[in-house]
Design a protein around this ligand. Structure first.
Ligand SMILES: Nc1nc2c(ncn2[C@@H]2O[C@H](COP(=O)(O)OP(=O)(O)OP(=O)(O)O)[C@@H](O)[C@H]2O)c(=O)[nH]1
Ligand SMILES: [Mg+2]
Ligand SMILES: [Zn+2]
Length: 291
């Protein structure tokens, strides 16, 4: 018997890094016998000694949290990874990932990648608009190896989930941080300027004895499942300070004397974040089933 962390699951094989630092392959007991849980990367597990069936995971220990898209358990830092350009930075998607982290109770950070492609003004725009929402924003170039030292420090002792669209540079970033990981990376498609879904399976990569970084497949769209549009503003933490509007249940959209709207117009909170909020709110209203 032993315990460890699930680093990858493919085709019924589960790869575990044991607490002794050994990499082992296990089968999995049926999900019902595991208490209905579907094992996911980041899970702490108990596995059996080698028997006729090899080793088998017999128990999934209680999770601190579970992020659903992409699936990962026990995440201590959820890092949104967005290229400053190529592919174009989708700010509404970024806001939805940050909202999802708040819902799941996981600390957020942002890694802005491919900074070698942008000028200082473009980076400042991101810093200005997101400093109210996030404590940590890392500006990185994996190609030029800039920003890596600060990032490495911030990942120490954590399980860090990297999330972002295909082509954002997640796998390249992991290679820059730990070359021995040797992650496969892929060019963007010429025509669509999008990633080609190079990473297909999530994998937890050990950086040192107690720091892990989770490479995940990029996704193209994202929905905030189970969130009512009326509650969306609550996931914009920088709005709170200004949320005492004329109407007690103000949604901060078109209501008169809305203090949040005034704060956005007066430059006290980011107008970009405020307009993203309205865009996402309206999408949720139009297609509530998707959210
Ligand atoms: N200029 C520049 N290009 C980069 C940088 N980092 C990554 N790229 C390029 O961006 C493309 C996509 O990189 P990947 O690391 O494969 O992106 P990914 O986010 O892992 O993509 P998926 O696995 O498909 O989700 C590759 O062509 C990389 O060479 C960078 O710092 N600067
Ligand atoms: Mg990748
Ligand atoms: Zn309001």
């Amino acid at each position: 018997m032993g315990s460890g962390v699930l680093i990858k699951g493919v085709g019924g094989n589960y790869y575990i890094l044991s607490d002794e630092g050994e990499r082992i392959t296990c089968a999995m007991k049926g999900s019902i016998r595991l208490g209905g849980l579907k094992p996911t990367v980041g899970d702490r597990v108990i596995f059996s000694d080698k028997g006729q069936m090899g080793r088998v995971v017999t128990k999934i220990l209680p999770r601190k949290n579970h992020i659903l898209r992409p699936s990962a358990a026990n995440v201590s830092l959820s890092m949104a990874v967005f290229a400053v350009k190529a592919p174009e930075l989708d700010y509404c998607l970024l806001d939805m990932l940050l909202a999802d982290n708040i819902i799941k109770g996981v600390v957020s950070a942002l890694a802005v990648t491919k900074c070698d492609l942008a000028d200082e003004g473009e980076l400042e725009y991101i810093r200005e608009n997101y400093s109210g929402a996030l404590k940590d924003i890392f500006f990185i170039s994996s190609d030029n190896r800039t920003g890596l030292k600060e990032l490495r420090e911030a990942l120490k002792g954590k399980i860090t989930l990297l999330r972002g669209i295909s082509g954002a540079g997640k796998s390249s970033l992991i290679n820059a941080l730990c070359p021995e990981a040797d992650r496969q990376t892929g060019e963007l498609s010429e025509r669509l300027k999008r990633g080609k879904n190079t990473t297909r399976v999530s994998e937890l990569i050990p950086m040192d004895n107690n720091s892990f970084i989770l490479d995940t497949p990029g996704f193209s769209d994202f929905h905030l499942k189970g969130v009512a549009s009326e509650d969306l503003w609550k996931y914009y933490p920088e709005f709170y300070e200004y949320s005492h509007c004329k109407y007690a249940n103000c949604l901060h959209i078109k209501e008169p004397e809305c203090a949040v709207k005034e704060a956005a117009e007066g430059g006290k909170i980011s107008y970009l974040r405020y307009s993203n909020y309205i865009t996402i709110y309206e999408k949720m209203k139009k297609a509530p089933k998707e959210y």
